[in-house]
Design a protein around this ligand. Structure first.
Ligand code: CA
Length: 457
């Protein structure tokens, strides 16, 4: 509204034609808000029937938009899926298959969505976790973001300000980080409300280390398991921060002109033997680090009250699509040279296009693999993170599941449908042939961070 009044006023003042005023008074280009949770369990939000964690803000967002019952990320680990999200490309196309080790990070050959939106005239901001390289040349403000508040690595204390940066400067005061990220996101929207903006709000909640505030812990007196109680309190903090951000959109009258998406970057780490956080992926099987559904299928919502009717979307979609969707919303022309793997989901959500956005989705994570076509999934996974033995196990032989009938991946159909196995393996091999070798190897142990996964209190 502010822009409209200003345009009218400017038109009268400068004597431009009515047509020019009308053109200038068109609604501003939509804003784009990506909200990403970290290591969340598939079953840990109210809209996935979680019982012990109140997530009213996320539930309201889900109710206001389209919920994806088959929403995926392109890997079972933090950094690779964030690289996929920011490029709209399978990260294995540019060697970003594993979490970065040493001085590695997202290759500078890649163009980010922030680069593209900035070129298109958007103000761009990142609040939260980067995890795409800590080198100066890989800093968010070298990768298309005008503003940055957060940290560069893969995990961070929620209470220690060392390494929390505003731009490139160390901050000198800090709230609990989840609260600070909510505050900074609200500030970003406030400062840029009269200009099209893109905000990537990348929480590290609910990744380890397990740190919660006392007031929120006190809200879960009946949860006996200390780790789960801390996890619940951390989830609550993230939901509260998201609530403040969504309220800010409403207060600024931007609710109907903002595309909001929410995903987790990968499934909850539920296996024994390595860092875990108390999450639950039920009814899915498997954990972060696996190509089972528990590692790669995540809570996934797109909301745009001004354009999209609320509802459910059941065809498989992937976080790479969010990039393509956002570019389309911003009016950025996608060409073949960009080599995007995601597709614009809006025509499928509006009913303009029928059918599924993807005939096939693919995963590769070292020796683990998966391909989904229709209801079927062919998968080889690390059985250590499935059986919870805590001992290294070999990656399994290829198994075939019908996910429509068997969301928990319990009935292996490989022996009874050998032709299907062969067909899907050939399809995956074809995709695999288009990828490059990983630019760096898989880190030892939990390469997300050095912090232990035990609750602090
Ligand atoms: Ca993660």
């Amino acid at each position: 509204m502010k822009q409209s009044y200003f345009s009218l006023f400017a038109g009268i003042l400068f004597g431009v034609t009515f047509a020019e005023v009308a053109a200038a008074a068109k609604p501003a280009r939509p804003n784009i808000l990506f909200i990403v949770g970290d290591d969340m369990g598939y079953g840990d939000v109210g809209f996935h029937q979680c019982k012990d964690i109140p997530t009213p803000s996320l539930d309201a967002l889900a109710a206001s938009g389209v919920q994806f019952s088959n929403g995926y990320v392109s890997g079972p680990y933090c950094s690779p899926t964030r690289a996929g999200l920011l490029t709209g490309r399978y990260q294995q196309r540019f060697g970003h298959e594993f979490n970065p080790t040493g001085n590695n990070g997202m290759p500078l050959t890649e163009t980010t969505i922030a680069d593209r939106l900035k070129t298109a005239g958007y103000v761009t901001g990142l609040v939260g976790k980067w995890h795409l390289g800590a080198q100066p040349s890989m800093h968010p403000q070298q990768r298309g973001f005008d503003e940055f508040f957060g940290f560069l690595g893969g995990a961070h204390s929620y209470v220690n300000l060392e390494g929390i940066l505003r731009g490139t400067e160390q901050v000198t005061e800090l709230d609990y980080t989840t609260d600070a990220f909510g505050r900074e996101a609200v500030s970003f929207i406030d400062r840029h409300q009269s200009h099209p903006w893109f905000l990537y709000l990348a929480f590290n909640a609910v990744h380890t280390p397990m740190d919660a505030t006392d007031d929120r812990l006190a809200k879960f007196p009946n949860i006996q398991d200390k780790q789960r109680r801390t996890y619940d309190a951390m989830m609550l903090a993230m939901d509260e921060a998201i609530g403040k951000v969504l309220k800010k959109l409403t207060d600024c009258d931007l609710e109907n002109n903002t595309l909001v998406v929410f995903i987790s970057d990968n499934g909850g780490p539920t296996m024994k033997g390595v860092t875990i956080n108390g999450s639950s992926n039920l009814p899915l099987r498997g954990s972060k680090r696996t190509t089972l559904e528990g590692g790669i299928r995540v809570p996934f919502v797109i909301s745009w009250p001004g354009l999209l009717k609320p509802g459910m979307f059941h065809s498989p979609a992937i976080q790479l699509d969010l990039t393509a969707t956002a570019l389309a919303v911003a009016g950025v022309k996608v060409n073949k040279k960009m080599q995007l793997d995601g597709v614009n989901l809006l025509p499928f959500l509006s009913g303009e296009k029928s059918g599924a956005p993807h005939e096939k989705l693919y995963w590769r994570f070292g020796e683990q693999m998966a391909i989904r076509t229709g209801d079927f999934k062919l998968v080889r996974y690390d059985s250590n993170y499935d059986t919870n033995t805590g001992k290294p196990q070999p990656v399994t032989a290829a198994k075939l599941y019908n996910l429509r009938e068997d969301i928990g991946e319990t009935k292996d159909l490989a022996a009874t449908m050998p032709d299907k196995v062969k067909e899907m393996q050939v399809q995956w091999d074809g995709w695999n042939g288009t990828l490059v070798k990983p630019l760096w190897g898989k880190g030892a142990g939990d390469s997300d961070g050095k912090e232990p996964g035990k609750p602090r209190k």
